[in-house]
Design a protein around this ligand. Structure first.
Ligand code: SF4
Length: 191
């Protein structure tokens, strides 16, 4: 078992060394590769306008995590349906893995026993990552704010970018919250 783990980590190390070599070869001017291998951070440093491009891309392609905690999550399902047509503004399909997401929509109450799991999902998301507290429960505990096992707002656990009021809020409110987030990420968004 341990030998398997050693072999896997060695393979990973070799793949990383291979990738680093391709990046270095690609950046040398005497080589004329027909494909470029580079890390996004290297490209941003090498091409002056690329930082604006990266900012524009991040702002216009928010990837929410497919994740719901209670009744507010039903509104997320409606948000993903054709009536709202969220993709027209770049709010792409919900992803089932946190590693492909940069927006966490906390929809529903958070029990104290769920806090470690929610934090783990947040920590696995790509950076920069953002949080939207969707509904009264996620914002302040909602009807359960005096309960012994409900957290009084996800902002006690994670940094929240945008709050959405309502019990439950409408899908249109989530659309507005994502526009607010885009606004925070860089510039006004035309409607
Ligand atoms: S805010 Fe209302 S609808 Fe949303 S999870 Fe709480 S009780 Fe349910």
């Amino acid at each position: 078992m341990d030998r398997n783990i050693d072999r896997k980590s060695q393979e990973f190390l070799n793949a990383k060394q291979e990738m680093d070599k391709l990046v270095m070869d690609s950046l040398k001017s005497e080589n004329k590769p027909n494909a470029m291998f580079a890390k996004l951070s290297d490209l941003v440093k090498a091409i002056p306008v690329s930082s604006k491009l990266v900012k524009w891309s991040r702002r216009n392609s928010l990837w929410p995590l497919q994740f719901g905690l209670a009744c507010c999550a039903i509104e997320l399902m409606d948000f993903g349906a054709a009536r709202i047509d969220a993709e027209r503004k770049g709010y792409l399909l919900f992803r089932a893995t946190p590693r492909q997401c940069d927006v966490m929509l906390v929809a529903g109450w958070v029990t104290k026993s769920m806090v470690p799991e929610v934090k783990r999902l947040y920590e696995q998301m790509t950076e920069p990552r953002h949080v939207i507290a969707f509904g009264e429960c996620a914002t302040c505990g909602g009807p359960w704010w005096e309960s012994y096992n409900i957290v009084r707002g996800i902002d006690q656990v994670l940094p929240v970018d945008v709050y959405v009021a309502g019990c439950p809020p409408r899908p249109e409110n989530l659309f507005a919250a994502l526009m607010k987030l885009q606004d925070k990420l860089g510039g006004k968004i035309e409607v």
